[in-house]
Design a protein around this ligand. Structure first.
Ligand code: NAD
Length: 315
């Protein structure tokens, strides 16, 4: 089978992992990496025995590269994704996809026009326990969905300096609840703030309301000295609790409490393998560019709600 020629733009903390996983996967051949910090690009390239660049435009001239991961700072993701799409490459752009919804919509438009695959790095969807909950929602073994509560708190990751906790962190949970409920919220109410005098908000409480009374509550912050990443979904027939860190899933019903076991797999490996197979084998994409636009729109509404003190209705 022909391997997918891939490259990574942005080789910081997360891009390095994309490069490693592409090197490990059978479906992909890592050809090059690029970072505006030439030293970083060179170090990662040497580790994996590939070419390195400090200018994305130079690297994108390589016709062997079919697809790229964009792992730059959040506010330049869209610019680099657009450049890659314009060069005819399939793109996996990291969350939050773009600095604003308008930029994200443009990416979707160009990808559709050029018939290129566009995906967004919503890694949580690749955790088996989350797929279990999604399956239970689809088959209604959880009953009717009532509400979801997500908590994602930790210390401030100092390298993140261009967006706040909503677009960087809460956006994972925003995507998860829209995915589980298979719909966009009708209204968003949020309170965000900046406790540590940073440039952007470092805590957020976000409430989303959906059709037929379903609700979701998302708590995110960069103020907690330890890391918690959990999800609790309440249905009329069961409560499902997922710890994203341990990947432990607990299902409670009136009769019993069980812990379905799934082999622990690296979510990034599953994500990039699926990305490659969407292009090579035309697998049905689990995440589309439109999912990214939707999540960003909700994140922006949450930030607006916090400024106005009012719930924001989405059309
Ligand atoms: N999906 C996930 O779970 C997950 C986890 C971590 C980070 N991320 C996302 O990945 C992205 C990178 O995060 P990080 O923690 O690695 O940050 P980082 O600061 O460690 O790395 C970003 C790198 O991008 C480089 N860069 C910036 N602009 C560039 C450009 N125009 N061209 C080439 N290189 C450029 C920087 O020099 C830096 O090396 C962010 O968007 C973040 O939200 C996603």
């Amino acid at each position: 089978m022909k391997k997918l020629g891939v490259a990574v733009i942005g080789t910081g903390f997360w891009g390095k992992n994309h490069a490693r996983v592409y090197k490990e996967l059978e479906e992909t051949e890592l050809l090059a990496v690029c970072d505006i910090d030439a030293g970083r690009a060179k170090a990662v390239a040497q580790q994996f025995g590939v070419k390195h660049y400090s200018k994305p435009s130079q690297m994108l001239k390589n016709k062997e590269i079919d697809a790229v991961s964009i792992c730059t700072w959040s506010t330049v993701l869209a610019k680099e994704a657009l450049r890659a799409l314009d060069a005819g490459k399939h793109v996996l752009v990291e969350k939050p996809m773009a600095a604003n919804t308008k930029q994200a919509e443009k990416l979707v438009q160009i990808a559709e026009k050029e018939r290129l695959h566009l995906s967004v790095g919503f890694l949580m969807r690749f955790i088996p326990g989350l797929q279990h909950i999604k399956g239970a929602a689809a088959k209604k073994t959880i009953g009717e969905l009532v509400c979801a509560t997500a908590k994602r708190v930790s210390q401030w990751p100092e390298r993140i300096g261009d967006v706040g906790v909503v677009k960087d962190t809460a956006i994972h949970d925003i995507d998860v609840v829209a995915y589980l409920f298979s719909e966009e919220p009708v209204a968003i109410y949020a309170k965000t703030g900046n406790m540590m005098n940073r440039k952007f908000e470092d805590y957020a409480q976000i409430m989303l309301t959906f059709e037929e009374g379903k609700t979701a509550f998302i708590e995110s912050n960069w103020l907690t000295p330890y890391k918690t990443r959990t999800l609790e979904v309440t249905g009329s027939a069961a409560i499902m609790k997922l710890d994203y860190i341990t990947q432990e899933l607990t299902v409670e019903t009136e009769k019993e409490t069980v812990q379905p076991r799934y082999p622990i797999k690296e979510p990034l490996k599953l994500e990039l393998q699926h990305f490659a197979n969407c292009i090579l084998k035309k697998e049905k994409p689990l995440i589309t560019g439109t999912d990214g636009v939707k999540a960003l729109r909700i994140a922006e509404a949450a930030l607006r709600s916090s400024v106005t003190g009012k719930a924001i209705k989405l059309k």
